[in-house]
Write a protein that binds this ligand. Sequence first.
Ligand code: BG6
Length: 486
Amino acid sequence: MQTKFLWGGAISAGQTEGNSNHAKSKLSNFDMLPMDKRRLQLVYRDDDNNIFNTYNNDHHPSDLGIDFYHTYIQDIKLLHDLGINAFRFSISWTRLFPTGEETTPNRDGMNFYRGIFRELKKYNMEPIVTLSHFEIPLNLVTKYGGWSNRKVIDLFLHYTNSVMTEFSEYVDYWIPFNELNMILHIPFIGGGLIFTKEDNILQKEYQAAHYQLLANSLVIKQGRKINREFKFGCMIAAGRTYPYSPNPEDVWAANLSDRKALLFSDVQVRGNYPSYFNNLCKQNNLTLDITSDDLQLLKNNTVDFVSFSYYSSACSAADGDRLEHTATNGFETVKNPYLSNEDGVWQIDPLGLRITLNQLYERYEKPVFIVENGLGTTKDRVTNGKIHDPYRIKYLEQHFSEMRKAVEEDGIPLIGYLMWGVIDLVSVSEGKMSKRYGVIYVDLDDFENGTNKRIKKDSFFWFKNYLSLNSLGENNNEKRLSKISH
Ligand code: BG6
């Protein structure tokens, strides 16, 4: 186990690996996403224009990703050159169990991931492994309705058991699910959910959410039997919701909006549904399959650390409909007049990171871990073989500064910081390469034209230099490690 602050980068399988036929024999939900706005919309079974019916004519950026399946050795070497000591990536369930129902995993797939672990070990980089990052074998979507079906839990556990057993010697930090709250915003991506016009949408989403929360607990239970040293984290798309004004009605609206994310971490960290959950079910006519055994499992198998993504804060008003809205991670929010999105696609709020770190630590008093943060922008251009990205440097500098204050002034035990999309990758919301996050540029456009060469941006050299001068968290280690034991 690393004892130093984890400075790293993060990616996911669906956005990077590529899905060439010889590398992966079956599709996942993520592979179905076209490069248009339907990516984030509800999928209706009877819609002629749904992503299943138009599959053959659509462009699917995940087909190539950034071809990480073939480039991981050079890419990890570049990350080592950057000077980071941690790397978060996800394992593709579909690569190992193409239909989700095989009894034994695909050996080529296992060997691919073993290769990644070996490279990381060679450079002494800590792996942080996401077991499900917006991905489920398509067969389980069409045959069982994705995560809306309890049967999927056992199939998932079969997969997670194989992975945790196979790679036990390499991994300390596991994140069973990426951004669980996304099931309420982008349910096809978050859980492979497909609807009919008659469906109560919230019923299906909350049912799937419960099965995922239950699966999360069962993975923790399973993992602790495999290796007592494993540490597990929840994962929510976080970012404090601010009230649009001091009007108590707006403050209440902001509270309600935050609950859509905190409900998930409440269950994963505290082991029970929060007090308002019963009423939420009543108000929305939800009759959920939640047994007393389920509740016991949630109670007994909680996470060790609170991991989250942070891109921006959100904003809510009681009568938000009359106000201007803007896109943020997975949903729309009221535009905050104090924030700008001049440099990025989403609004930028560095202080919001400190606010969110405090919010989560005050609520849970468990070590926290920023496992995604970064600037997604369409501004990057190659000029004479270089990418000058001062906006990204500014973004990182400001966020690091707020993070440092949260640790040094607020006393928050922070395990680490992982920069999202440290190598450019296909964006989830847009399905495009041109929304870029990385300090490493990938020479591919939205239609996969290009050399696929990697180029270090100016921000790469800035980040590298920052890491050589800053050792945030060294003094914090003892506290962090004593708190993390379960
Ligand atoms: C998070 C996801 O929601 O946000 C990532 O975990 C995603 O997979 C990231 O890439 C940024 O969102 P986007 O839409 O810009 O790719």
